[in-house]
Each structure stands twice: as structure tokens, then as C-alpha cells.
Ligand binder design. Structure first.
Ligand code: WT7
Length: 667
């Protein structure tokens, strides 16, 4: 109780005192375009602790200020920020804005049907969050408990995330396109006590049976004590003994809920993502460091100003949604769009019609959508008024020149800044982007370009040495800790250390390769490990293989990525059949169905090629590199094949592949 009154005192004194007060001040002049940006970066690199410490004090609303800026290092794989500090993330995202500008719009829910949008003010979102938080508490959810959220993009999903933050519970949002089995895997790993879902989802005019999928998932999840069901559609769904109608319960609860005061380093949320081996890992993010980092990057990379409408069309099930639909914009007191639909519903003009209707100022999307839309021609864009736009952003995968040019010239009429933003689930927020920059600095098409202040990228050569030169490629690492970085993998800190800090001791290894230009700009070239990026979604080849291996007639599989026109990268699978009597076409179909039900539809390989055997080393390891060489047409450059058990396997697979290719001209 005492902590609460301290928080309220702080709120009143420091942040609700006058117009503009909650707005974070940059630590030096012109972060988003000043000529001293280089100096700012130098200072951040020289003295990261005091640099970020000052920003944390200015930007966030604290119950107790921190006493230690940063502790730990990459050598040990354990980093902590703002120690001794205590705060509540939901109070930062809601209360201070609700008090100061209760009727400011926090969310614009761009529902699936065009023209049916709904606005939610800060006061309303605060009330919704409090009622939801009280509902969770009433049902036994306490600080530290994990809660899975399996919902489409909607205000209640945002309220669910913030309600967890308010009571100190840890949310794990699972993208509503994942299968029941994927959901179950995540719920079990996180030992979630509750699931929040909707009866159904609606996307692209189609109904998605969310509750049914949750029912399947929780059947084998004894940790789940209750399932909260919100009503997205008017249809009734089966309600079992642990199911609770969310809105009905919320209506009975009080509209205020005191925020639980959390330590800076307490867990805010976890989000599962794929690695090169094993099951998806629960990436853990902290309270203060994460919030600070996403608020600052949101403001400075997009030059977001109060009153702007920020339109990030990602799903909240991915880190992009967490950082740039929910936490970044709301911490900044912004207005953020929740886009429920698809880029082509009801037609390929949907994004731009939405931009016109909602007067969106910053528009943030994935290259895969742009590649799809540009094929439909410029008319769908030009039909709509895009004069509100000031900045365009791209995220999730390398953006090819054609898509960049189209986005810049056709969509942005060559007057909007286009930022290609590189980052990862693990980095929490944007790390490399064209902005901020020195005043008047150029933007090079299709290059992520500059590190955000406090980010110290380095390239490593094959021997693990830092490359000092420009005009070189290498493994992209980051040399110094920053507040937004992930803290651990849930329940497996050793895996965290091995995945990110072992390859280049003393550095965080991103898993990506990058090229540094003559001018020192960074261009991301793609993953260096067995991770695919399909339409901006990350997938481990091992995950897909493990799913395919479940088929009784398929003893061996190998998946590699290949360039895909729209998706950027597609999955190409090679399978071996147990005996000759199995029918390849039937087995392939069954294998695809298994992948869809074990992971998600988007994980299903585009191509499945039946081969007699796979290329292996003498010690029995599958040489995926050779298969990748075959499907990407780089057969002249297969590299070292001396460890290959039987080199004749290459011509054998190549023959089969050529025959297959002849029947599939799109390959
Ligand atoms: C991987 C991270 C960043 C949020 C969404 C994806 C690739 C991401 C870019 C970019 C080239 C990019 C990288 C990275 N990636 N942004 N602008 N240019 N590649 O987050 O699922 O954690 O995936 O996406 O390969 O490692 P994620």
C-alpha cells in the first residue's frame, strides 16, 4: 500500500504536472536528426551505464529510482540494468497518460471489415486493463505466474498484456496462427496457469476457430487452471468447466487496480522464437530496460511526435507487435493502430485505404507484403490519399531493392523517410536503422545502415577476430550490452549462453551475417545458421524436420531455404521413404498436413522432393549446405566435399531435382 501511494505521489509530482511533461526528453539535442548524433553514439559507447541511466530516469516513471546503472557482461552472458529501480510498466503505458490526457486515443482498432474501426482512449484502456487485471487476480493469478495469450489483434489482447504487467504476471503471447500443438508446447514450457483467448478470430473475411484450438492444446497442459474467453464474434463456442467468459467477469470487477511495483529486472514477458536447434526458446525480456529501449527507438527511429497516428501492421504475436504496437507507442503516450486484417482484404489496396481513412503518419510493415502488393500494380496505391504519411518502415527480413523503391517512390511519393530496421526478438527493439542520423545524412536504399545509439555492432571473420576494415562481410555481433536485450531463455540459461555468447566470447552473436560498406553502413545479408525466414517469420529447419520425421514412412528428412519471390525465403524439403512401396505423392501430402498441425500452416514446405538418400558426412551428419547449393542453383560452388561419405549422392540428388524442376517451372 505504501509503495502504491509512493507511486501515485510520483505520478502527480513528476508527470502529471503540465502539458508535455510525460514526454521523454532526449539526452542531447537532436537525437532524431541533430548534427551531434555521432557524438551521442560515442558517449553511449564510452559510458553506457551513465548514458542509459540518465535516459531511464528521464523517460520512465519510477516508484523508486535505480542505484546501479548496469551490471554484468557478455563474457558471463548475464546483464542487468537499472538495479534497485522499481516501477510498473502498465502505469508507465497507461496511468500517466490517462491522468493527463484521458480522452487521447490510445488504440485504433482497424477491424477486419474496412470502415468499422473502433477507437479506445487512454482512460478506457486503463479501465479495461484494470478490470481484466482484477479478473485475473480473482482467479488466482499472482505476481510471477505465466499467462498465455492466444488472441487476434484487438484491444482486449493489448489490455491482457498490460493487465499481466499490472499485476506482475508474465505474459507469453502465442501468434494465433500457430497450431494447437505449438501452443501446447509453449504453454507447457512456460507452465502457464491461464490462457486468454477469443471464441473465434476473423481475418480476411474468414473465421478462425481459436477456442477450439485452445481446447485441443490445454487438454495436455495440467498447469492451466482457467481459460478466459473473449467474444470476438457472436457465435457460441463450447465452454468447459475451467472456461470463463472474459467480458462478463470483467464487468463485475472494479475499474481500478493498484499496480504491482516490480523490480527493473523482473520478467515482463517471454516470447517463443525459433533457433537452429531444438524446440522454440522462450526469450525473456525485463521490465525497465525493455520498456526504455522500445520507447526511445519508437520515438527516434520513426520520429514519432505526440498526436501522430502510428500504424504498425504486424501481429501482436511477434516481437514487432510487442515493441511497436503495444509497449513503445503506449509508453510514449502515442496513438497506435491495431490492424486485424490482411494486406489483400478485401483487395490489395487495403493498407493504403486504411492509411487514408485513419490518417496514419508512420507506417511499418514487412517486405513480404510489399513484394506481394507491388505485383498488383500502382493503381491500388494511387487511388488513396497518403499525404498523412511522413515515415515508412520495413522489418523482419532483408528488403530487396525493387520493394524498397516501390515503397519509397510509389507509396511514399519520394517524400517520406524510409527506414529499413534490423533487429530480433532477442534484441527487444530496433538496433540498426537509417535513423537517427546526423542532420541531412543520406539514406541508402535497402540498407539498414546505422546503429542506434548505444548499439556497438562489430563484424567477425572466420577465425573469430574482429574485422576493422570497411567493404567487408562478417558475422554480425554486438560488443556492448544495451537495456533492451533479452536476459535469458526461460528455464535454460545455459542454452542462452551457448546460443548467443559462446561463438564469439565476450560478444553477443546475432546469427546474422552483414556487409559493412565503404561508408561504414551495415547491410544485413541474412542468417548464418539453420534458421529460415519465411515471410519475415522465423523458423528452424530442425523444427520442420522434427515434425516431418513423425511420419512413419519417412525415416529421414532435410529442410533448406530457397529464394522465394514473395516470401523472401521458402522451405524446400528432401525426404527419404522407408520402402519403395510407399506412394510419394500421398506421403508428401501427409507430411505437409503433419507440419501444419504440429507447427503452423506457414511452416509447410513449398516443395517436398523424395530422394533415395541424403548427403552425409562419414560420421553421419546431413550436409544441408550441399542441398542448399542444389536448390539455390549454386552447384558449381558446393565448397569442401571431402568429408562426404559418398560423393555420387550429389549427382543422384541433382538428377532427381532437375526432373522435379522441369515439372515445376516456378522454381
Ligand atoms: C531475424 C530476426 C525484427 C522483428 C521481426 C523479426 C531478420 C529482421 C531485418 C532487416 C534483414 C532482418 C534477421 C534477424 N531480420 N529485420 N531489416 N533486414 N534481416 O524478428 O523473428 O526475431 O527474426 O530477422 O535475420 O536475425 P525475429
Amino acid at each position: 500500500m505504501e509503495a502504491l501511494s509512493r507511486l501515485l505521489r510520483a505520478l502527480r509530482q513528476r508527470l502529471w504536472s503540465g502539458p508535455g511533461a510525460p514526454w521523454p526528453r532526449p539526452p542531447a539535442r537532436g537525437c532524431s536528426g541533430g548534427s551531434d548524433y555521432r557524438e551521442l553514439c560515442a558517449r553511449a559507447a564510452r559510458e553506457p551505464g551513465p548514458f542509459w541511466g540518465a535516459l531511464a530516469r528521464q523517460t520512465l516513471l519510477w516508484d523508486t529510482p535505480h542505484h546501479t546503472d548496469c551490471e554484468g557482461d557478455f563474457a558471463r552472458g548475464r546483464v542487468r540494468w537499472f538495479l534497485g529501480g522499481r516501477l510498473n510498466v502498465a502505469a508507465n503505458c497507461l496511468d500517466r497518460h490517462a491522468q493527463h490526457s484521458p480522452n487521447r486515443v490510445a488504440l485504433i482498432w482497424e477491424k477486419d471489415e474496412p470502415g468499422t474501426e473502433e477507437r479506445v482512449t487512454y482512460r478506457e484502456l486503463l479501465e479495461m486493463t484494470c478490470r481484466l487485471a482484477n479478473t485475473l487476480k480473482k482467479n488466482g493469478i499472482k505476481k510471477g505466474d505465466r499467462v498465455a495469450i492466444y488472441m487476434p489483434v484487438c484491444p482486449l489482447a493489448v489490455a491482457a498484456m498490460l493487465a499481466c504487467a499490472r499485476i506482475g504476471a508474465v505474459h507469453t503471447v502465442v501468434f494465433a496462427g500457430f497450431s494447437g500443438e505449438s501452443l501446447a508446447g509453449r504453454i507447457s514450457d512456460a507452465e502457464c496457469k491461464a490462457v486468454i483467448t477469443c471464441n473465434q478470430g476473423v481475418r480476411g473475411g474468414r473465421v478462425i476457430e481459436l477456442k477450439k484450438t485452445v481446447d485441443e492444446a490445454v487438454e495436455n497442459c495440467p498447469s492451466v487452471k482457467c481459460v478466459f474467453v473473449a467474444q470476438r464474434t457472436a457465435n457460441k463456442v463450447h465452454m468447459g468447466s475451467r472456461d470463463i467468459l472474459l467480458e462478463e467477469e470483467m464487468a463485475k470487477e472494479a475499474s481500478v487496480c493498484p499496480p504491482e511495483i516490480m523490480d527493473s529486472e523482473d520478467m515482463l514477458f517471454m516470447l517463443y522464437t525459433s533457433g537452429s536447434t531444438g524446440k522454440p526458446k522462450g526469450i525473456v525480456h525485463s521490465q525497465a530496460g525493455y520498456l526504455l529501449y522500445v520507447a526511445l527507438t519508437h520515438k527516434h527511429v520513426f520520429d514519432y511526435k505526440q498526436g501522430d497516428v502510428f500504424g504498425c501492421v504486424a501481429d501482436i504475436g511477434w516481437i514487432t507487435g510487442h515493441s511497436y504496437i503495444v509497449y513503445g507507442p503506449l509508453c510514449n503516450g502515442g496513438t497506435t493502430v491495431l490492424f486485424e486484417s490482411t494486406p489483400i482484404y478485401p483487395d490489395p489496396g487495403r493498407y493504403w485505404e486504411t492509411v487514408q481513412r485513419l490518417r496514419i503518419n508512420q507506417f511499418y510493415c514487412a517486405p513480404t507484403a510489399l513484394r506481394l502488393l507491388l505485383k498488383h500494380g500502382d493503381e491500388y496505391v494511387k487511388k488513396y490519399d497518403r499525404s498523412s504519411l511522413t515515415a515508412l518502415g520495413s522489418v523482419g527480413e532483408p528488403i530487396n531493392r525493387e520493394a524498397w523503391q516501390w515503397f519509397y517512390s510509389v507509396v511514399g511519393e519520394e517524400r517520406c523517410t524510409l527506414v529499413d530496421t534490423w533487429w530480433q526478438t532477442e534484441t527487444g527493439g530496433i538496433c540498426v536503422a537509417p535513423r537517427p542520423s546526423e542532420k541531412g545524412a543520406e539514406i541508402v536504399p535497402a540498407i539498414a545502415m546505422r546503429p542506434f545509439y548505444g548499439i556497438t555492432p562489430v563484424l567477425m571473420d572466420e577465425k573469430g577476430k574482429v574485422i576493422e576494415d570497411n567493404n567487408v562481410s562478417g558475422a554480425l555481433c554486438i560488443a556492448q550490452p544495451w537495456p533492451g536485450m533479452a536476459r535469458t531463455i526461460y528455464g535454460d540459461h545455459q542454452r542462452f549462453i551457448e546460443a548467443y555468447f559462446k561463438t564469439y566470447p565476450g560478444y553477443y552473436f546475432t546469427g546474422d551475417g552483414a556487409y559493412r560498406t565503404e561508408e561504414g553502413y551495415y547491410q544485413i545479408t541474412g542468417r548464418m545458421d539453420d534458421v529460415l525466414n519465411i515471410s519475415g517469420h522465423r523458423l528452424g529447419t530442425a523444427e520442420i524436420e522434427d515434425a516431418m520425421d513423425e511420419h512413419p514412412a519417412v525415416p529421414e528428412t532435410a529442410v533448406v531455404g530457397y529464394p522465394h519471390d514473395i516470401k523472401g525465403e521458402g522451405a524446400f524439403a528432401f525426404i527419404v521413404l522407408r520402402d519403395d512401396t510407399a506412394h510419394p505423392e500421398i506421403v508428401s501430402k501427409e507430411v505437409k498436413a503433419i507440419v501444419a498441425s504440429k507447427i503452423a500452416k506457414y511452416a509447410v514446405p513449398d516443395h517436398i522432393l523424395v530422394v533415395k538418400r541424403l548427403p552425409k558426412t562419414r560420421s553421419g551428419k546431413i550436409m544441408r549446405r550441399l542441398l542448399r547449393g542444389i536448390v539455390t542453383g549454386n552447384i558449381c560452388d558446393l565448397g569442401d566435399i571431402t568429408t562426404l561419405d559418398d560423393p555420387s549422392v550429389i549427382t543422384e540428388i541433382l538428377d532427381t531435382y532437375e526432373k522435379y524442376k522441369a515439372q515445376h517451372p516456378t522454381l
